[in-house]
Design a protein around this ligand. Structure first.
Ligand code: TYM
Length: 328
C-alpha cells in the first residue's frame, strides 16, 4: 500500500483533441493534485480501440494528447504519465475481472446502452476501466460527473474480488469533485460537451483564439434577458456562467452579481475573453511541446517505468489468489 494517498486517472486519445469539458472537469484537477498526492495519469489508448480508429491518426492523436496534458499542467517531474497499452497488466486484469462481472450488470452500463450496442470491446469497456483503477491500488480517481457509473462498477468489482479471494485491492472512494462540472455543449446546452459530438458547440483546448471567441459569442442562450443561474430554465446561460466562474476563479453567485442588468451579448464577450486568457499559456506551451516528439515519447517511457512495477506487483498477488500457478 502506498504511503501517500494515490491518485489515478485516464483520458482517451481519440478525436480532434481535448475540449473545455475535459479540462474543467478533469485535467485541471489532476494538475492541482500533483503536489499533495502520488499521481498516476494515463492515456487510455486501449479504450479508444472500441471505435476502431485509423492507425496513423491514433498515433498522431496520442502524441497530441501527451503535449496537451503537459501544456495543461501535468508535470512529469511530479507525476507518472504513461500509455495504457505500455502496461500489459491492464488487459490481463480486465480479463480476470470480466469473469466476475455479470452479463446483466455490464449490459446496464449507460454508455453501452446509449451507443446502442456495438462491439464486445465496448461492452467490456467499463471492466477495463475498473482494471485500470484497481491495478494501482488507487485511493482517488478524479473524473467528471459522466464517469460516476464506471467508478461505482469499479468499487463493486473491487469489493467482490476482495470478499471472494481476500483483501487484494484498495477500493477507491467515489471521487467526483463538486467542481467537476458537467460542461455542456455551447450549441446544444442540454447535452454534455463531447469529443464525438464535435461541431460549433465544442471548444477545443487547442484552437485559434478567434475560433474560441466565435463559438462562445454564437453560443445558444435562453429566452429572457437576465444573466441568472438556473440550469433547468436557462441551461445555456448557466453553462456560460459556470465556465466564466471557473476561468476567472470565482463563483457563479459572484458572476451573477457582476453581470446583473447586463445584456447577454456583453456577458458572452466577457466569457470569451476569460477563456482565451485562461488558455493563453496552455496554447503557447503546446506549440513548443508538439514540435518535440522525441521528448513526448521519453515522457511516456519514464511514466511506464514508474507505473509498471506497481501493476506487476498487483498482478502477482491476483494470479496467486485466484489459483493460477506461477510460471516455474
Ligand atoms: P474521456 O476521455 O471521455 O474524458 C476524460 C475526462 O474528462 C471528463 N469529461 C468532462 N467533464 C466535464 N464536462 C464534460 N463535458 C466532460 N467530458 C469529459 C471525463 O469525466 C473524464 O474525467 N472512460 C474514461 C477514460 C478512462 C478512465 C479510466 C478514467 C479509462 N480508464 C480510469 C479514470 C480512470 C473516458 O472516456 O474519459
Amino acid at each position: 500500500m502506498p504511503s501517500r494517498r494515490r491518485v489515478l486517472s485516464g483520458i482517451q486519445p481519440t478525436g480532434a483533441g481535448k475540449h473545455l469539458g475535459n479540462y474543467l472537469g478533469a485535467v485541471r484537477h489532476w494538475a492541482a493534485m500533483q503536489d499533495d498526492f502520488e499521481c498516476l495519469f494515463f492515456i487510455a489508448d486501449l479504450h479508444s480501440l472500441t471505435i476502431t480508429p485509423d492507425p496513423t491518426e491514433l498515433r498522431a492523436q496520442t502524441r497530441k494528447l501527451i503535449a496537451e496534458l503537459l501544456a495543461m499542467g501535468v508535470d512529469p517531474s511530479k507525476s507518472a504519465l504513461f500509455a495504457q497499452s505500455h502496461i500489459p497488466e491492464h488487459p490481463e486484469l480486465a480479463w480476470v475481472l470480466s469473469c466476475l462481472t455479470g452479463f446483466g450488470e455490464a449490459s446496464r452500463m449507460t454508455q453501452f446502452k446509449e451507443k446502442g450496442g456495438g462491439n464486445v470491446g465496448l461492452f467490456n469497456y467499463p471492466v477495463l476501466q475498473a482494471a485500470d483503477i484497481l491495478l494501482y491500488q488507487s485511493h482517488m480517481v478524479p473524473v467528471g460527473e459522466d464517469q460516476r457509473q464506471h467508478l461505482e462498477l469499479t468499487r463493486d468489482l473491487g469489493q467482490r474480488f476482495n470478499s471472494r479471494y481476500g483483501d487484494t485491492f484498495t477500493v477507491p472512494d467515489p471521487y467526483v469533485q463538486k467542481s467537476a462540472e458537467r460542461i455542456k455543449d455551447l450549441a446544444d446546452p442540454t447535452a454534455k460537451m463531447s469529443t464525438s459530438k464535435g461541431g460549433p458547440g465544442v471548444l477545443w483546448v487547442i484552437e485559434d483564439d478567434k475560433a474560441t471567441t466565435k463559438k462562445i459569442k454564437s453560443a445558444v442562450t435562453d429566452t429572457g434577458r437576465e444573466v441568472e443561474y438556473d440550469v433547468a430554465a436557462k441551461p445555456g446561460i448557466s453553462n456560460l456562467m459556470t465556465i466564466h466562474a471557473i476561468a476567472t476563479a470565482t463563483s457563479v453567485e459572484q458572476v451573477q452579481d457582476d453581470f446583473a442588468g447586463k445584456m447577454y451579448g456583453d456577458f458572452k464577450g466577457a466569457v470569451a475573453d476569460a477563456v482565451v486568457e485562461m488558455f493563453a499559456p496552455v496554447r503557447k506551451r503546446y506549440a513548443e511541446l508538439i514540435a518535440d516528439p522525441g521528448y513526448l515519447d521519453s515522457v511516456l517511457r519514464e511514466g511506464a517505468a514508474t507505473a509498471r512495477p506497481i501493476a506487476a506487483a498487483t498482478m502477482v498477488d491476483v494470479r496467486d489468489r485466484i489459483g493460477l500457478l506461477a510460471p516455474a
